[in-house]
Design a binder for this molecule. Sequence first.
Ligand code: SF4
Length: 340
Amino acid sequence: MVRMDPKIESILDKALAGEEISRTEAVELLKVDENSLEMYVLMSVANTLSRRKFGNSGEVFAQVGINLWPCPKSCAFCSFAGKWNMIKAPLEFSVEEVANRAKAFADAGANAIFLMTSADYPFDRFLEIARAVRAVLAPDIPMVANIGDFGREQAEKLVEAGFQGVYHVLRLREGKDTEIDPQERIKTIEAARDAGLDLSFCVEPIGPEHSLEELVDRMFKGKEFGAVNHACMWRVPVSAGPLAGYEKITEVKLAKVVAVTRIVVGDAIKAMGVHEPGVLALRAGANQIYAETGPNPRDTIEDTSKGRGFSVEACQNLLREAGYTPLEGPSKVFLGRWRK
Ligand code: SF4
């Protein structure tokens, strides 16, 4: 006989009815045994919410990493961190190289282009690259900046250079596993929002040491910040630094965190992401994944497209495998909705 835990059933009933769930209820969902009936119903409810909201349409965002050099912020989870001394050959792409890679992604069918640098990359050089990328993209393909912290004036310059959004995150254990004041991260998010840039947020980088409450806090932070795109990302272990002894969380655990995040954030988002891509999370509420090229903090080789990074085609195939139709044309997520 099939019987569900009535407490979990009641929380999921609320979610299906479009009601908000509390932090305590989100923690209860995260406690669900990954081999239980409740786990499959949890995934199914998140899957239903996403298919209802996104109409079986999936998006591919494509990220170009611009530089590989030791970063002074030395986050415990990052292969770029200066203190862990993992970079043997520093690298920086030319303006043309970034523009070519971004155009190749767009030509392959990516729905939005992300440009990423380490936290200390010179802002003016980033703007120069961004303008060159904007010039080779169709005007309606959104550009999203994934860079270090910045203020309101710089946020306005990002808008002028042609960005519609930013990826900016108050990461798990920010200020403890990173050397960045959490308030700086929050101020940047506010500056971006005030300048009219849409926010892509994420529960990241998830490791086995994080408590359920820590994960739930970041789910709610994304909601409070008004993110148009929420996501979850596992931490890929780096071979040096204080977190080197931790394993990666399983794909099943990641799918569970995705499902609970999808339920917590509700229908305010325009896409739910998972990183790195996997079919299980795409059956648990995620409908958006990333293609990547160039340097990447989760990788140890200088071009992630030859390592952990997926191509646009591989992402589209994965979306199809999970029952989504890859969106054609520009993303529906980053529209600069706060722009006056
Ligand atoms: S995660 Fe970003 S800020 Fe932290 S060390 Fe890596 S590049 Fe620097």
